[in-house]
Write a protein that binds this ligand. Structure first.
Ligand code: PRX
Length: 671
């Protein structure tokens, strides 16, 4: 029933006359969502999804997924215990759902369009070809002894072979752990060891923005101390000759050629692990969030279809790297489970020039385009002529995710990129939620959106806000800590190897609900806006980093007594990173030299994308009498807002505040 309503809503066409027109006269500007297809039943469906989740999700799972054996129990969840499980007793295979069932009907439909780093070069891969590649990799894995439950580290360029590697793992029940190919050898090593990965899949080199990235050499360094790693599979991306360890290293394409293009899909339980993905938290150790089969694929597919109003024949492009959750759900699993044509973007937005995205939109006839606010802000500064140069008439939906999208950037995206005709969907979600949770829904009949607002919860999602005293905030016009009351099928099930940390982080802070780590406000109309992280996590340039992760790298330097890192509002990056460092008394080294070394250490341990934008060597830090660093003060200094420091008299050492304010102004001026 629910399935039929959602299907019918996606085929009903709304006449343009019934669209609610844009009005700029509202005090909080409202824009039309301009849906092509509208679901007049959205409100009823939303109510149903909250009131009767078993019927709602059960019906969708039954009809949207292909099962080897249908499930007996829709859900077995207890938010008080952080227990989330869905579709118990059911058996299926995610790669079968993402490839085989489409190959049976439309084998020649394009599954992937690989937009290579080299400008003007793309390659199409049909569903049939994707299945063949996937099966060959799956058979290669089997030949090398990889079995169900084994962990496979993936450190590859965005490419069809990366997608086929993920699906090959899914096909045989191995668990992939994709590590963003910008992470350093140290960061890769810690992730390989944490999950005891049996193999690593990589490439000779990567290329991004015309620059070569030494992937194989990085893997070689990473696996030196990883006894768990038996083989390293190497895809050829540039054909460069790279160091080789016989017996361990395997040329991926050559191994694939020996294999059959058929490989039966393993029959897996709904709750068998599908993948893990590391993300930053408030301690130094990144956490491997674990996602499982049926619930994840159902949620990723449903959100992709409804939020982007996706229809067969549309070319969808999410330009995120596959190494992040957005790449997993919005580039790979969501679109492929829907039989969509999805774009793999290997490059960067400014290569060869800031018209790259829009040239690609014209050439590939992209309908739905999904990126990060940081990219929008960057391109906005480069000038409108890069956008106007290309035809963007095919675009219907423009999405963004990862940080708040400020009004100026929202308007530029809507008016300049979308020519005022496209729907802008500012979507809020996380690695932990697996799919979009708060978002405007073009096909929902909710025809207005406010800049900077993800707006409304998706089907089945019930956001709630708590104040600092852990009290539930009722009604509108309130802001607090964002939690989710109802379980959804796509939520992570645990942190790999550390369920206690999972419970402590997400389910114990506010008993009975999932704590997101974000602050949010619900305005007078009940619409949501995300105000930023309330924990020690920074979202910078589309990357998520824990302050503790950075501090622990700097603390390793024998000259450093203590380091404190904060994120602060930045026009281009969303948040920028500021590191305050106290040196040991006896250290006499040149400050600039120390900063250079600290930058090098962060590049080595995490990756160059994590290097703070500002450093200050300071004699002390503002601390409470109990020794807690007052990060709020450090943030205000970084933002150059000393007038907003508030009362500092209760600090252990109040004069330190004026010292750091002065130092900041000397080094970075008043801007
Ligand atoms: O702080 C929120 C921010 O990004 C965090 C999740 O980061 P990650 O797990 O890397 O996943 C990003 C891509 C799904 C959130 O806790 N965030 C995400 N979307 C938005 C956002 N902040 C504001 N507005 C958004 N639309």
């Amino acid at each position: 029933m629910v399935h039929r309503l959602i299907t019918s809503c996606c085929t009903r066409v709304l006449s343009s006359q019934t669209r609610v027109l844009c009005s700029r006269s509202f005090s909080s500007p409202l824009y039309p969502l301009q849906p092509k297809h509208v679901d007049p039943n959205h409100d009823a469906l939303y109510e149903e999804s909250l009131n009767n989740p078993e019927r709602f999700w059960g019906d969708l799972a039954k009809h949207r997924l292909r099962w080897s054996k249908e499930f007996d129990t829709v859900m077995d969840c207890d938010m008080h215990k952080g227990k989330i499980s869905w579709f118990l007793g059911g058996k299926l295979n995610v790669s079968d759902n993402c490839i085989d069932r489409h190959v049976e009907v439309t084998p020649d439909r394009t599954a992937l369009i690989w937009e290579k780093d080299e400008p003007n070069q793309h390659q199409r891969v049909s569903y049939r070809e994707l299945k063949e590649m996937t099966c060959q990799i799956a058979n290669t894995f089997k030949q090398y002894g990889i079995v169900k439950g084994d962990r496979v580290a993936v450190y590859m360029p965005v490419s069809p072979l990366l997608v086929a590697t993920m699906l090959a793992c899914a096909r045989i029940g191995a668990v992939h752990s994709v590590v963003f190919a910008g992470f350093s050898a140290e960061a890769l090593k810690s992730r390989i060891l944490d999950a005891s990965c049996k193999v690593v899949v990589t490439a000779d080199q990567g290329v991004r923005g015309g620059k070569v990235i030494e992937l194989k050499r990085t893997v070689d360094t990473a696996v030196v101390d990883c006894d768990c790693v038996e083989n390293v599979f190497v895809m050829s991306r540039t054909g460069a000759s790279v160091p080789w360890k016989d017996g361990r290293d395997v040329k991926l394409e050559e191994a694939m050629e020996q294999q059959s293009t058929e490989c039966p899909a393993e029959v897996l339980d709904s709750e068998d692990p599908l993948f893990m993905l590391y993300t930053s938290g408030s301690t130094g150790k990144p956490k491997g969030l674990l996602h499982t089969q049926a619930g994840y694929i159902l949620y990723a597919g449903l959100t992709h279809q409804l939020v982007f109003d996706y229809h067969h024949g549309d070319v969808f492009a999410c330009v995120s790297d596959i190494g992040w959750i957005n790449g997993h759900s919005s580039v790979v699993y969501g679109p492929l489970s829907n039989g969509a044509t999805t774009t793999l973007f290997e490059s960067v937005p400014t290569y060869p020039d800031p018209g790259r995205y829009w040239e690609m939109v014209e050439r590939l006839k992209i309908k739905q385009f999904y990126t990060a606010p940081t990219a929008i802000r960057l391109l906005l500064k480069c000038g409108d002529h890069y956008v106007h140069k290309y035809n963007r008439d095919t675009l219907t939906t423009l999405g963004c995710v990862g940080e708040p999208l400020n009004t100026g950037a929202w308007e530029w995206y809507h008016n300049v990129v979308g020519g005022g005709r496209c729907t802008v969907v500012d979507t809020w979600w996380q690695t932990e939620t697996g799919g979009i949770m708060i978002t405007p829904r073009p096909s929902s009949g909710h025809t207005r959106s406010k800049p900077g607002f993800p707006m409304t919860p998706f089907l089945g999602v019930e956001p709630v806000l708590y104040n600092d005293q852990n009290e539930l905030l009722e009604g509108n016009n309130v802001s607090g800590r964002l939690c989710i009351k109802k379980p959804t099928p796509g939520m992570a099930r645990t942190i790999y190897g550390d369920h206690e940390r999972f419970l402590d982080t997400y389910y114990r802070p506010y008993p009975g609900v999932y704590f997101t780590g974000d602050g949010a406000l619900r305005d007078k109309d009940g619409h949501y806006k995300i105000t930023g992280r309330v924990d020690d996590v920074i979202n910078t340039k589309g990357h998520r980093l824990g302050t503790a992760e950075l501090e622990s790298v700097m603390d390793e330097d024998p000259r450093v007594a203590e380091a404190a890192v904060v994120g602060y509002g930045h026009e281009d990056y969303g948040e920028a990173i500021y590191a305050y460092v106290i040196l040991k008394d006896e250290v006499r080294d040149n400050e600039e030299l120390i900063i250079k070394d600290l930058k090098a250490a962060i590049t080595k341990h995490i990756g160059s994308f994590a290097v703070p934008h500002c450093f200050m060597i300071t004699p002390g830090l503002p601390k409470t009498r109990s020794g807690k660093i007052m990060r709020r003060i450090l943030r205000k200094v970084a933002e150059n807002k000393p007038e907003e420091l508030g009362d500092v008299s209760t600090l252990a050492d109040p004069p330190i505040v004026s010292t750091i304010v002065e130092k900041h102004q000397q080094k970075y001026g008043t801007k």
